[in-house]
Design a protein around this ligand. Structure first.
Ligand code: C5J
Length: 225
């Protein structure tokens, strides 16, 4: 529905009516261990350039959100230092020699307070922007994100970050089930695997937007201006 405070963003499967009064930018897990050369992601053999290409479009989108004084929130995937919130199944999954909680190239892997767990400097949160520390893939599981969004009257989310098929997709699905409208700018989300990037986006907008909408940051910026 178009209102005096809404703008239309060209999107698929159909235009997204972005309400300036109730739309937050949610940046998912833009953490050093996932994106930086020398981090845990690269140590596992992943090509971090596939994720690093999202930095610049996210930087522009974040700058616009801040300039318009619209709400911004960030998430980080990780666990308590004593690993009491780490399910044993997650700890042993993959049968790797180095797993969550072990010493990695940037401190203990996916442990809160370690260098690799923190958000990359290019997109670092302002003190006024909530940072949601999440133990799971979805940003709503075992966090206060839903309460924070409800308290601020937010009903729409622009979801960006990494990885497209894991934490971004899981969060969009969780948000959809809680009644939020989600728009995903394709250039602001990234996967180590190009085929998962393609299919992760296709799944969101399939069947008339079964989980949400897909667009491009430039289209969102154009609509905001
Ligand atoms: C995220 C992961 N953030 N792929 N985590 O997607 O394990």
């Amino acid at each position: 529905m178009t209102t005096p405070h809404s703008v239309t963003v060209h999107a698929e499967p159909y235009p997204f009516e972005l309400s300036r009064d109730s739309c937050a930018l949610l940046l998912i897990d833009l953490q050093r261990d996932f994106l930086e050369p020398g981090g845990f992601g690269e140590m596992l053999g992943n090509d971090v350039s596939q994720l690093r290409r999202v930095i610049e479009p996210n930087r522009k989108l974040l700058a616009a959100w801040r300039a318009h004084d619209l709400p911004v929130m960030h998430t980080r995937e990780g666990h308590r230092p004593d690993l009491s919130d780490l399910p044993p199944a997650k700890k042993i999954r993959g049968r790797g020699t180095t797993t969550i909680g072990d010493a990695g190239p940037m401190g203990r892997i996916l442990v809160r307070g370690e260098a690799g767990h923190d958000i990359i400097p290019e997109l670092y949160p302002l003190p006024s922007e909530p940072v949601i520390d999440k133990p799971g893939k979805g940003a709503f599981f075992a966090t206060d994100l839903h309460a924070i969004l409800q308290n601020r009257g937010i009903t729409q989310l622009i979801v960006t970050g990494v990885t497209t098929e894991v934490c971004v997709n899981t969060t969009v699905r969780e948000a959809n089930d809680r009644g939020y409208d989600c728009l995903v700018p394709e250039d602001c989300v990234g996967s180590y695997f190009p085929e998962f990037q393609t299919m992760g986006l296709a799944m969101i907008k399939a069947q008339g937007g079964i989980f949400g909408w897909v667009s491009h940051s430039e289209r969102i910026l154009a609509a905001l201006e």
